[in-house]
Write a protein that binds this ligand. Sequence first.
Ligand code: ATP
Ligand code: MG
Length: 268
Amino acid sequence: MKPFLVTPGSKVDLSKWDADDTSALAGVTKEGSVAMLETVRGRLKNLQAMLLAQRKRKILVLFQAMDAGGKDGTVRNVFSGLDPHGLSVVSFKAPTPAELEHDFLWRVHAHVPGRGEITIFNRSHYEDVVAVRVRKLAPKEVWERRFDHIAAFERLLVDEGTVLLKFFLHIDQAEQKARLEGRLRDPTKRWKLLPSDLADRSRWDEFTRAYEDAISRTSTSHAPWFVIPANKKWFRNLAVAMILRDALADLDPEFPPIHPDLVNIQSV
Ligand code: ATP
Ligand code: MG
């Protein structure tokens, strides 16, 4: 899954990232991916149990994407089966008036994971340098300086024991069109569509540039970005699950030993 890691300091040009690319899992088919995902999720469940028991490290997984990029579906498919204890999903919507009274990281910091926990951010503080920029909700001098604040904030989280993984789910414009039209037709999905989604769609190039800029400027060795080809949902799910599994396995979590006072107790 290394090819999807954005090398710190490199300049991302999303037009060079093929949203259909599945070559990293050569030989795997959509049908075959089902069993593979099941296996990876089993390992994730096991790693999460140790992470939670140990209460040492914290995991923050963040998703950004264009509209209909598949954030919700990824969260459902990758994390289902994990223990809901110590697992939470936070969706960041347009800020409330109260949130707007505070600095942009205030609402974000309130939700970061504690020891042993896995927290998923569905959208994040990156909205404050992407959506805010594209929709001109703040002047350039305001969003521009947020990059430094984001760097310091992420450094803080990592210094305090957080593993931070940032995923950009990369779909192309044709795929977005198909998915938005699918939502229009499907009574179970229609409610998701807002007029603003269509307005955002017409700003595809501006969003792309804002994402390229944000990802290029904030992919670091301690808080890396992954650009995941996401036109194919099976590939996207498996790629994210495998990267997460590898990151958790690297922590090498273990179940804590028995309490010292209980070592010699054989029966209760
Ligand atoms: P779905 O894929 O189901 O539509 P969503 O993440 O798009 O989910 P919505 O409620 O449709 O959820 O949209 C949330 C909206 O809030 C997005 O348009 C996003 O850009 C916007 N938003 C989130 N955070 C901020 C922010 N800090 N400033 C401005 N807009 C924001
Ligand atoms: Mg939406």
